[in-house]
Design a protein around this ligand. Sequence first.
Ligand code: GDP
Ligand code: MG
Length: 177
Amino acid sequence: ADSFDEECDYLFKAVLIGDSAVGKSNLLSRFARDEFHLDSKPTIGVEFAYRNVKVGDKLIKAQIWDTAGQERFRAITSSYYRGALGALLVYDITRSPTFNSVKKWLTELRDFGNPDMVVVLVGNKSDLGHSREVDLEQGKSLAEAENLCFMETSALQNLNVEEAFLEMINRIHKITS
Ligand code: GDP
Ligand code: MG
């Protein structure tokens, strides 16, 4: 029921952003194909993935863009954000510098992105609680202060991944319909 050619009512573009190695590509492969990869390699050849999602009686094709490692060089260009209605802004709960970067990413979103973009803040790698550096409460309060949705996820254990993407897609649908 998830074929590319299926008739869709809407096509949404959304983007993944956040520091290098926080798990963006694995969140996407989990959501789009239910796959996880232990090694970290910059996305090769894949600019985006699709998944069809039913919201109410509408079929939405979500086109989710992934970086090809440009975030390492702060070289994400405005074309990456063009037309995007949503973003998952990801940090790694075991590395506080990736959380400290969230503000920088928000600035970039506000500079290049659509002003009403739906942003979900995602603290990934929740399975690594023993090496946690960012508390759940820190994520929550930043999200509240910046008016974002928030979720902790584990792409490895497939925890909350579906929920994070669906939250974004549902909110985009509410805004645009
Ligand atoms: P990206 O650079 O943000 O796209 O990050 P990747 O998806 O390439 O992941 C970076 C590394 O973190 C890889 O070694 C992944 O296997 C690992 N990783 C990604 N998500 C998780 C997670 O939820 N839990 C754990 N333990 N490792 C993860
Ligand atoms: Mg990647």
